[in-house]
Design a protein around this ligand. Structure first.
Ligand SMILES: [Zn+2]
Length: 267
């Protein structure tokens, strides 16, 4: 039996002796059960130790000789001298130090591991945020507003619903799939017909100065037409307003990528 093994065994016996009350059978049974599994106490001292603690637990008369050195032992197992010598030995101290070192190393490792995981998570979160940022800035590229559609025809004054209709269908002809229906005669802001071609009424109205506002919101008579388009699985709907001068503004889904809740200067 190696020296190391014996030292380990003796230290184990000392520890058990200092820690447990061998008069309690459940304690001794626990130790012996563990011993059956691990087989630590294999030396002559170990065997003596096992026999002694079992006798104590069983209440059998035992002698008071130390199981290690044979001197008198107050606790009937290991004498004070052996307890102290083995418990204070360099070997025992090294054992404790090694254990502490191992625990320390484990702690450091666990901390390192946690730090790595946290770092990885932070990097992931950062990457995710960058990705969202990139997506955010690239959205305008996916959905670029197309130039609003404008009329190809000249402004021609109209004096009746019929003349107005004839002007509207020039841009939205029936043979191309459009249906133009007269809605009603109404009034509309003068300023909307004075915008540049393709300009959005609501956008421009936000920018008006008080002075411009005064002129802009006068009203004039207009004819209102509903326009619908349904062909090749695509549909568009909207409306057009034409004033007496023959200027036209339209609203609806005819201007791809533009807001559909506002009129545009069309002709
Ligand atoms: Zn002894």
């Amino acid at each position: 039996m190696g020296d190391e093994k014996l030292k380990q065994e003796l230290l184990y016996m000392v520890k058990l002796t200092s820690k447990y009350d061998f008069t309690r059978m459940e304690v001794v049974e626990g130790i012996l059960r563990l011993e059956n599994e691990r087989e630590i106490l294999g030396s002559v001292f170990g065997k003596r130790f096992k026999g002694r603690i079992f006798d104590i637990a069983a209440g059998v008369e035992v002698d008071d000789k130390c199981v290690i050195c044979g001197q008198h032992a107050d606790n009937h197992v290991i004498c004070n001298h052996c307890m102290e010598t083995i418990g204070d030995s360099d070997y025992a101290k090294n054992k404790i130090k090694t254990k502490e070192k191992q625990r320390l190393k484990l702690n450091v490792n666990v901390k390192k591991c946690i730090t790595t995981v946290i770092l990885a998570l932070l990097v992931l979160i950062l990457l995710f945020q960058i990705w969202i940022l990139i997506m955010w800035y690239s959205i305008p590229d996916y959905n670029k507003p197309e130039k609003p559609r404008v009329s190809e025809f000249d402004i021609t004054p109209v004096s009746s619903e019929e003349e107005a209709y004839n002007q509207i269908i020039l841009d939205f002809p029936e043979e191309e799939g459009y249906t133009v229906t007269f809605g009603r005669a109404d009034t509309e802001y003068v300023g909307r017909f004075n915008l540049e071609l393709g300009d959005c009424c609501l956008e421009k109205e936000d920018e008006l100065t008080d002075e411009e506002r005064y002129d802009y919101f006068f009203t004039e008579d207009v004819y209102i037409f509903y326009i619908s388009y349904l062909q090749n699985h695509s549909s568009k709907v909207g409306m057009a307003e034409i004033n007496q001068d023959g200027e036209i503004i339209i609203e609806g889904t005819f201007n791809d990528g533009r807001r559909t809740d506002s009129f545009y200067k069309f002709r």
